[in-house]
Write a protein that binds this ligand. Structure first.
Ligand code: 13P
Length: 253
């Protein structure tokens, strides 16, 4: 299975920083071959600028959100079809910042996922627990509930990615230990396997997000059930992001 490294720029950077940043990453990819997928998810207004840099190269384009409705009177929203037309292959859905700050529910995320499948967009669906849920030992129950609310997971194992993003690790500098992340990833794989009722668990890409940096990427990617990372802050720095992309491969492949 191909690993995948995704940069989530969130509500950054400025217009004049966009091209140098995207071009720096694209150049780093052409200078040193990589055997995994590399995706940048800029804000909507920068999709076409980053798309021009990606064009025909190894770098792929994703968005940070999408509307579940196909078109119509939804002021301020962007549809899956628009994203596909803009060159996106991926879209992040259910990020904890959207769940917590914009009130997105499990059922909203489920509808967005269905909209992605209709247009062949690969959803990167985020799940994760708060610090107090972890302290109360509710992590696996929270994750199970989030996964079970996603009816789309039944249909799909390959063109869908689940991102485990413990909320307490996002933007805090506190990364989950490799063992903590591995435990949850393993759990997600087995839950996802029982939801689909299939044996395709090996095709399912499960990625980790939360304070991924050049200094911790190698040990994170060593973990058996971690198939890639979703990177926030460090994806805004060309050399940091390239170091993450060029992580040391697992000894046993
Ligand atoms: P940081 O890498 O800045 O902690 O952000 C993680 C994240 O939310 C990626 O979607």
């Amino acid at each position: 299975m191909r690993s995948i490294i995704v940069g989530n720029w969130k509500m950054n950077p400025t217009q004049k920083e966009v091209r140098p940043l995207a071009e720096g990453v694209a150049k780093g990819l052409s200078d040193q071959a990589t055997f995994h997928d590399v995706v940048i998810c800029p804000p909507f207004v920068f999709l076409s600028a980053v798309g021009e840099v990606c064009h025909g190269g190894t770098l792929q384009l994703g968005a940070q959100n999408v509307c579940s409705e196909p078109n119509g009177a939804y002021t301020g929203e962007i549809s899956t079809e628009m994203l596909v037309d803009a060159g996106c292959e991926y879209v992040i859905i259910g990020h904890s910042e959207r769940r917590q700050l914009m009130g997105e529910s499990n059922s909203d995320v489920n509808l967005k996922m269905a909209a992605c499948f209709k247009y062949g967009l690969c959803p990167i669906v985020c799940v994760g627990e708060t610090l107090s849920e972890r302290q109360d030992k509710k992590t696996l129950n929270v994750i199970r509930k989030q996964l079970q609310s996603l009816s789309g997971l039944k249909e799909c194992s390959s063109n869908c990615i689940v991102a485990y993003e413990p909320i307490w690790a996002i933007g805090t500098g506190t990364v989950a230990t490799p063992d903590q992340a591995q435990e949850v990833h393993h759990f997600i794989r087995s839950e996802w396997g029982s939801i689909t009722g299939s044996h395709a668990v090996k095709e399912m890409r499960i990625i980790y997000g939360g304070s991924v940096k050049p200094g911790n990427i190698d040990e994170i990617m060593e973990m058996r059930d971690i198939d890639g990372v979703l990177v926030g802050g460090a994806s805004l720095d060309v050399s940091d992001f390239l170091r993450i992309i060029h992580y040391k491969e697992k000894v046993n492949g």
